[in-house]
Design a binder for this molecule. Structure first.
Ligand code: SF4
Length: 336
């Protein structure tokens, strides 16, 4: 479980029962407790260099009130982001949050969850009679802070009551116990982000190991939730076919699970992400050689380096064949 080194509170958060409870709980622990005027601009995180500040920020929890009345869109996998948290205590070298949240990598949770879910209800009503899908992990790993926020439990219970909406989120964390007995009515899909052990050991720091994620996934499956695995980033170097084939073999307990999805994302990077990664992890072994990649313009107006077309076709065929053979009931949602 994530244990912060320090916790900042917005004063306004203490007017909510969750904020008040967390404030009292943290004061009884050997953890630094401070106030901040805004959860968007926290100052006073220690560290002499940008790198030191980054790693201290990753151990910093901020408890605030989310004031924005707008949800960001989240195409193509969902209609809207559901903002239950921002940030993640993990320090995976390839993480997209390094560039998305570069100025504020600390972890934020919001105490006005009831208001956030009421806003979600507004978005659902606007799209009736269509179904509206919400993504809970667009800028966070919400399960990593669930023991403090309880926000996923509230969201799962909320979506169980919605006839025209569903919810999903992705995680590398394992604190699922408090969510197993909830009435979910199959409206929430848990997706576990996994990779082969070589990738996890080399690039994914401060996150649970593969066996722990799979054991959490087994509990979630036993509780009857729709389940998914996101294999990302697929790093096609050295013995990648052997390593990913072994990973899929390790998923054997799920081979006949009736509501199972796969999402497959190959490794890619932007010029900006490469610079940030090199600053934070100067010794990184991530494959960041532009000459071995194809350059592709993305939908947000910047380009990224992806595996060349022939290699993408090879990786795609490999996963399509392996998943069809090992998980005949599963659905591959996309390969990119
Ligand atoms: Fe980023 Fe996910 Fe790793 Fe957290 S667990 S650092 S969100 S890749």
């Amino acid at each position: 479980m994530f244990r912060p080194e320090r916790v900042f509170f917005e004063k306004g958060a203490l007017s909510y029962p969750l904020g008040e409870k967390l404030y009292h709980d943290f004061q009884e622990q050997p953890i630094e407790v401070k106030f901040t005027t805004s959860h968007n601009r926290v100052t006073g995180i220690p560290g002499k260099s940008a790198m030191e500040k980054f790693f201290h920020a990753k151990r910093t929890l901020v408890v605030g009130v989310r004031k924005s009345r707008e949800f960001a869109t989240c195409r193509p996998s969902a209609h809207y982001q559901l903002p239950l948290a921002t940030g993640c205590p993990g320090t995976c070298e390839y993480c997209y949050l390094h560039t998305n949240l570069s100025r504020s990598p600390y972890i934020r949770i919001y105490v006005n969850q009831k208001e956030i879910l009421e806003m979600a209800e507004g978005y659902i009503n606007k799209r009736l009679p269509e179904n509206t899908v919400f993504e809970g992990a667009a800028t966070a790993d919400p399960l990593s802070v669930e023991p403090y926020s309880g926000a996923l439990a509230k969201a799962i219970t909320f979506f169980a009551d919605q006839d025209h909406a569903s919810f999903h989120f992705v995680t590398k964390f394992i604190d699922v116990q408090s969510l197993l007995d909830l009435e979910h009515r199959g409206k929430t899909r848990f997706r576990f982000s996994i990779n082969n052990p070589q990738v996890i050991t080399t690039y994914e720091h401060a996150t649970p190991r593969l066996e722990a994620r799979l054991s959490a996934a087994e509990k979630v499956a036993s509780a009857g939730y729709p389940l998914g695995f996101m294999i990302a980033p697929i790093i096609a170097e050295d013995d990648w076919e052997k390593n990913y084939s072994a990973l899929l073999d390790q998923l054997h307990p799920f081979s006949n699970y009736t509501d199972l999805t796969f999402e497959l994302i190959t490794h890619r990077f932007t010029a900006r992400a490469k610079n940030v990664i090199k600053d934070l992890f100067p010794e990184t072994k991530l494959p960041l050689d532009e000459e071995k990649r194809s350059f592709k313009w993305g939908q947000f107006g910047y380009g990224k380096y992806v595996y060349p077309k022939e290699q993408m076709a090879l990786i795609n065929n490999f996963f399509q064949e392996q998943i069809a053979e090992k998980f005949p009931k599963a659905k591959i949602l996309y390969f990119v």
